[in-house]
Design a binder for this molecule. Structure first.
Ligand SMILES: *[C@@H]1O[C@H](CO)[C@@H](O)[C@H](O)[C@H]1NC(C)=O
Ligand SMILES: *[C@@H]1O[C@H](CO)[C@@H](O)[C@H](O)[C@H]1NC(C)=O
Ligand SMILES: *[C@@H]1O[C@H](CO)[C@@H](O)[C@H](O)[C@H]1NC(C)=O
Ligand SMILES: *[C@@H]1O[C@H](CO)[C@@H](O)[C@H](O)[C@H]1NC(C)=O
Ligand SMILES: *[C@@H]1O[C@H](CO)[C@@H](O)[C@H](O)[C@H]1NC(C)=O
Length: 462
């Protein structure tokens, strides 16, 4: 009884605090960019978020969905201080394809799976209740959600996709050359534009709010990791026309590309500065993959880890300089690293990951707190209570969703609910990132955040 009373009082105080700090309960305003900073209701918005691409499938009331789990995951994330999720708002069929996130949202052009669509509605509504913000990724350069390769097939000019590994004889560079034809294929782009028109103008079943009017959405992202490949000019023009299309349909929301930045290779055909130069692109993004780019080797961690963290810091610095020239915020929206010795076993140790997360979060935080252009990051990726069916196997229909997309070995980059120490680090830095706007605004709010931290601690103790 006394315990309940105390808890009620503490939650009451937290509520009052949130009202005082004005950053909390009012969520009728959109995330905006003002003078190179993100703002909500005139308050600075900085965040430590995660990638949660499978959220729409978890939210489905049909096959593959698990709404109770979704709610538990959102509660866990929120408790850790996370209020930013990067999610897929597009996935393409047909559902007979292997290594795709399934069931797909769009089974064939214009034919939507209502259960998955309502899964996205459900997810956004649950996020709204928790004051979380969504980055809505509309397409994909990689084929684990169908993406540009599938739009090319739908255009009718090609029938087969030269799939990358793990397909037998798969060749990544061939796949990229193939997929970058998307930007020159009028029909493929038109089918994608129809998806944009559909989703931006879609009315949420639960909230009755049209997506373009929903402040839970922070930004529309053209695609996950689009690359120009051998088709740079058409890629560049596609960024222009697609971002303009979205802005015309929906002036409320931010738009970004979904870019990795320079990547590890010139041949990927990205130009960070030029690609982000359009007025219809509101902020810049980078992805860092030290292991995929062969800088970090998990079996030679002692030797390669220092190089990897140095590379990552320099990658952030280099892109930050360009973002400053562009006068646009920068978000590190993907980065991750494997468990020790590349183990895919959820029980294995995560010493290196914990070190890497700490150092990256700390670097991002120190830039953000100094009024910098670096405004947030999303680690890759939250798996929560999901587990691989086979450690290091590939995902197939009805397997539980974890952080690793279907074409990647399951358990590679996933962070589980049982990774307690990793979670502590995430929580520590999420709290710090959430406090940046307040600290930035002066002593009154520094005091408030201290009180808030104390109250949150009290709740935990009780
Ligand atoms: C997946 O689960 C559904 C029921 O939710 C079932 O009908 C279907 O056969 C399963 N598919 C596979 C490939 O296991
Ligand atoms: C994606 O690529 C894999 C190999 O990487 C291939 O086997 C699979 O069929 C592709 N799935 C698609 C396009 O849905
Ligand atoms: C992969 O494709 C590229 C470009 O088409 C080609 O140059 C390279 O030789 C191929 N690699 C293999 C291992 O076949
Ligand atoms: C948006 O949807 C409404 C209602 O369904 C419809 O009347 C309107 O024409 C649509 N607008 C666009 C741009 O598609
Ligand atoms: C972007 O597109 C608009 C038309 O929508 C055009 O006027 C402008 O020149 C384009 N910008 C570039 C750099 O190509």
């Amino acid at each position: 009884m006394i315990k309940n009373l105390t808890l009620t009082m503490i939650f009451g105080l937290i509520f009052i605090f949130q009202c005082l700090s004005a950053k909390g309960a009012m969520s009728d305003n959109f995330v905006k960019v003002s003078n190179t900073l993100f703002e909500i209701n005139g308050e600075r918005y900085t965040y430590l978020g995660t990638n949660f691409w499978y959220g729409l499938n978890l939210g489905s009331g049909g096959p593959g969905g698990d709404r109770n789990r979704l709610i538990r995951e959102l509660d866990r994330l929120k408790l850790m201080g996370i209020n930013n999720l990067r999610i897929q708002a597009g996935s393409e069929g047909p559902d007979t394809e292997p290594y795709r996130m399934l069931p797909s949202l769009q089974r064939s052009p214009g034919d939507y799976n209502v259960e998955v669509l309502e899964g996205l509605d459900f997810l956004l509504n649950e996020m709204r209740k928790r004051q979380m913000y969504a980055i809505m990724c509309l397409n994909n350069f990689w084929n684990w959600s169908g993406g540009m390769a599938q739009y090319l097939v739908w255009s009718g000019v090609v029938t087969t996709i030269p799939y990358p590994p793990p397909a037998i004889n798969g060749n990544w560079s061939q796949y990229q050359q193939f997929t970058s034809q998307f930007y020159s294929n009028q029909r493929a782009m038109e089918i994608f534009n129809a998806h944009i028109r559909f989703i931006v103008n879609h009315t949420n079943t639960y909230t009755k709010v049209v997506y373009k009017n929903d402040p839970t959405i922070m930004a529309w992202e053209l695609a996950n990791e689009p690359r120009g490949g051998i088709n740079k000019e058409d890629y560049f023009n596609w960024i222009n026309s697609t971002s303009m299309l979205i802005k015309n349909l929906d002036p409320n929301h931010l738009v970004t590309i979904g870019s990795e930045g320079a990547t590890s290779s010139l041949s990927s055909g990205t130009n960070f500065e030029r690609d982000h130069s359009f007025v219809s692109i509101d902020y810049t993004t980078i992805h860092i993959w030290v292991q995929n780019w062969d800088i970090y080797k998990p079996n030679d961690a002692t030797e390669t880890y220092p190089k990897a963290i140095e590379f990552a810091r320099k990658y952030i610095d280099d892109h930050e300089k360009i973002a400053k020239n562009l006068n646009k915020p920068l978000v590190l929206e993907e980065f991750g690293i494997s468990r020790d010795q590349n183990s895919h076993d959820p029980q294995s140790t995560t010493t290196i990951r914990d070190k890497y997360y700490t150092e990256i979060f700390d670097y991002v935080y120190s830039k953000a707190v100094n009024g910098g252009i670096v405004a947030g990051c999303n680690f890759w990726a939250w798996a929560g209570e999901g587990r691989p069916r086979i450690n290091e196997g590939l995902w197939k229909l009805n397997d539980s969703f974890i952080g690793d997309p279907p074409h990647e070995t399951q358990g590679w980059y996933s962070v589980y609910d049982t990774d307690l120490y990793t979670r502590e680090i995430i929580e520590k830095y999420a709290t710090k990132m959430n406090g940046v706007g307040l600290i930035y605004d002066g002593p009154r709010q520094t005091l408030l955040i201290a009180i808030y931290t104390m109250l949150s601690l009290l709740v935990k103790i009780i």
